[in-house]
Ligand binder design. Structure first.
Ligand SMILES: [Zn+2]
Length: 192
């Protein structure tokens, strides 16, 4: 596999902190983009489809949780791994993060920046460039995506009527080309 840089989107309204992480991740060989608040983050995530998002919680205009909720509603952004950078590490925030499927919850004051890089890197050790999305036919761009993939069925397995999952395999990391197929999680039927 070619040496592909992982693209990280850092979202934080703390300019100094954001800049520090930009440099740290650049040094760790990531391609880095950054946004100042959730609204900008949402916009960039949709345009750039980063490999991972590292976001703060409290921000003006749109906070981290609202941004995550919006990302989860769109097929192409719903499976981007998200890591929260928390200032206070409040228990209620942790619970909310977990319910939104956030991959890691990092409490800033007790975590050294290099450890942050390690924890984010470890998310990709297992992944191996395959993304499995639950295909939600009611997501905003679901119909469009299904059409692009020439998939016109009811999103249900023809054999067992289980809800199909969308499987994306990264075949060309540089241009972010995916090989897409629908798979039945129950009987394994594959629809290409
Ligand atoms: Zn099936």
């Amino acid at each position: 596999m070619e040496n592909k840089k992982l693209k990280i989107l850092i979202v934080d309204d703390d300019v100094e902190l954001c800049q520090m992480y930009v440099e740290i991740f650049q040094n760790a060989n990531f391609e880095v983009i950054s946004a100042r608040d959730g609204l900008e983050g949402l916009d960039l995530a949709t345009k750039e489809i980063p490999d991972v998002i590292f976001t703060g919680i409290v921000m003006p205009r749109m906070d981290g949780f609202s941004m995550i909720e919006s990302l989860k509603k769109t097929v192409m952004t719903s499976s981007i791994p998200i890591v929260i950078s928390s200032h206070m590490g409040r228990e209620e925030d942790k619970i909310r993060a977990e319910s939104l499927g956030v991959k890691d919850f990092i409490v800033r004051d007790t975590t050294r920046p290099i450890e942050v890089v390690e924890r984010i890197n470890s998310l990709f050790a297992q992944a191996g460039g395959e993304y499995e999305l639950e295909f939600n036919p009611y997501a905003l761009d679901a119909q469009k995506l299904a059409k692009e993939l020439n998939f016109q069925a009811s999103y249900l397995c023809l054999d067992c009527s289980e809800k199909l999952a969308l499987k994306l395999k990264l075949t060309n990391p540089k241009d972010r080309v995916f090989e897409a197929s629908f798979v039945c999680p129950k009987c394994g039927l594959v629809v290409k």
